[in-house]
Design a protein around this ligand. Structure first.
Ligand code: DGL
Length: 260
């Protein structure tokens, strides 16, 4: 199985891309709704949660871990790799590659949680690939709770987005990285704010393609992945909006199973 985790429903945008690119493999998802949002927690807490989530997925039969959460990927990737002897994929590197390859002016905006922006990981990786890049990062701590609440079309959400995105518009970025897997759910609102000329980078499809290449190059690993049965979606708590957002992301009803 391919194991995918996030702090909540945002990582389902990545799970959906994996389902589309790798439909032959089974997937097990864990959304830590009881402890969301991660982005406002300390790196130590996020690391601990991430190790627990990975262990849960491995116990369920995962042979690959996908960190479908930028906040967790920014502080816990190395720790997860150290603890578990399986391939670990994350959402930050593919987003950085897409932004660097796509940006013409080198003026790149990044929006993410406080944890992700505070880690400085996007600046570090973007500058390592393109030394002259100007990176403008904006923490957007209110967006994850708004998405988890299902406030996707509310006036308040639009106002908050306007406030967060204004500095990036002022900096005239030509590329905007959605540095949080919850943000693709707000992509159309974000597009309206930043305008058509700004390219929006969402790493979900790139992560799925990276897993596909890895499996094509490693048939022995591919052979260990389960192909039969249903994909399973586990959550540590069931919140009122979660099932609705899950159905919206997948375009079908997705049964969420609660685990402790
Ligand atoms: N989807 C997570 C991310 O990509 C949200 C983190 C949070 O819970 O704050 O960062």
């Amino acid at each position: 199985m391919i194991g995918v985790f996030d702090s909540g429903v945002g990582g389902m945008t990545v799970a959906r891309a994996i389902e589309q690119v790798l439909p032959e493999y089974r997937l097990v998802y864990f959304g830590d709704l009881a402890r969301t949002p991660y982005g406002s927690k300390s790196p130590q807490a996020i690391c601990r949660y991430s190790l627990e989530n990975s262990e849960f997925l491995l116990k369920k039969g995962a042979r690959i871990i996908v960190i479908a959460c930028n906040s967790a990927a920014s502080v816990a990737t190395e720790e997860i790799r150290r603890h578990f002897p399986v391939p670990v994929f994350e959402v930050i590197t593919p987003a950085v590659d897409a932004a660097v390859n796509g940006s013409i002016s080198g003026r790149i905006g990044v929006i993410g949680t406080r944890a992700t922006v505070g880690s400085g990981i996007y600046e570090q990786l973007i500058r390592a690939r393109r030394g002259d890049a100007a990176v403008f990062s904006q923490p957007c701590p209110l967006l994850v709770p708004l998405v988890e609440e299902g406030w996707l079309q509310r006036r308040e959400t639009k106002m908050i987005l306007r406030r967060y995105l204004a500095p990036l518009r002022d900096h005239q970025v030509d590329t905007l990285v959605l540095g949080c897997t919850h943000y693709p759910i707000l992509k159309e609102l974000i597009r309206r704010r930043v305008g058509k000329k700004t390219a929006i980078v969402d790493s979900s499809a790139a992560v799925a393609r990276a897993i596909r290449s890895h499996l094509d190059a490693d048939p022995a690993l591919a052979a260990t992945l389960q192909r039969d049965g249903e994909n399973c979606y586990y959550v540590s708590d069931v919140t009122p909006a979660a099932s609705q957002i899950a159905s919206m992301i997948f375009g079908r009803s997705v049964p969420l199973q609660k685990v402790d």
